[in-house]
Design a protein around this ligand. Structure first.
Ligand code: TMP
Length: 226
């Protein structure tokens, strides 16, 4: 008997699903994050919507520091990983155990893209911190927690800058140059090359409805939505 995507084990047993959205500032993730949450809720799934840095009381405090204070790249990396540790322990892992769909506006790829490629911090040290912070216990032993699917909103930095211009007072990252964001995009590309099955690259310069169709298709291909 063939198994249609609707009948796939993840759909029937309600195991937790972890989805992250990534992209440079101004790539236009927000409305699609909300729409995807609604699409899952319409199927009766519980959704935990969250973001990084942030998602818990402690991590939100660290977010305020990271986004507003000047610091060197290692300090920045340590703070975002500290925030991630708390976020995983307090919010993400328990939600996955409950069987929720966890949708996070950014996760660990952002650290490689921003602190690694954007700010030029050592990639290998970030890989070490990633392993340290994201190791979780599974039925078959320890593993490094990653999203099941990462939707990378790929957008030319000049278009992103035009979208952001005048929208609000820019934070520390939003006020960076187009050159910085070109490096950040290169960092996302490098992460995708290293783990291509986890990624769906979304061309974010399309009309909103077209972008949404691509987001939906990427999730449907996993068998998580009918
Ligand atoms: P946002 O929530 O408005 O996208 O802002 C978060 C900012 O923090 C964004 O500019 C990307 C940056 N950031 C890092 O530099 N490193 C990280 O690990 C994460 C999660 C975000």
């Amino acid at each position: 008997m063939s198994i249609s995507s609707k009948d796939s084990p993840s759909f029937m047993t309600h195991r937790g699903i972890f989805i992250s959205f990534e992209g440079i500032d101004g790539a236009g993730k927000s409305t699609h994050i909300e729409a995807l949450a609604h699409a899952f809720e319409a199927q009766g799934r519980a959704v935990t919507l969250t973001r990084e840095p942030g998602g818990t009381a402690l991590a939100e405090k660290l977010r305020t520091l990271v986004l507003n204070e000047a610091m060197d790249a290692l300090t920045e990396a340590l703070l975002v990983f500290a925030a991630r540790r708390d976020h995983l322990q307090q919010l993400i892992e328990p939600a996955l155990v409950r069987g929720d769909v966890v949708i996070s506006d950014r996760f660990t790829d952002a650290t490689f893209a921003y602190q690694g490629s954007g700010r030029g911090y050592d990639w290998k040290t970030l890989l070490y911190l990633e392993r340290l912070v994201q190791t979780a216990q599974g039925l078959e032993g320890d593993f490094v927690r990653q999203p099941d699917l990462t939707l990378w909103f790929d957008l030319d930095p000049d278009i992103a800058a035009a979208r952001l211009a005048g929208a609000r007072v820019p934070d520390k990252f939003e006020s960076q140059s187009a050159e910085f964001f070109r490096r950040v995009s290169g960092g996302y590309e490098r992460r995708m090359q290293a783990d291509s099955k986890r990624f769906a690259r979304i061309a974010a310069d399309n009309l909103r409805d077209v972008v949404w169709q691509h987001v939906l298709q990427a999730v449907q291909q996993q068998g998580w939505l009918p």
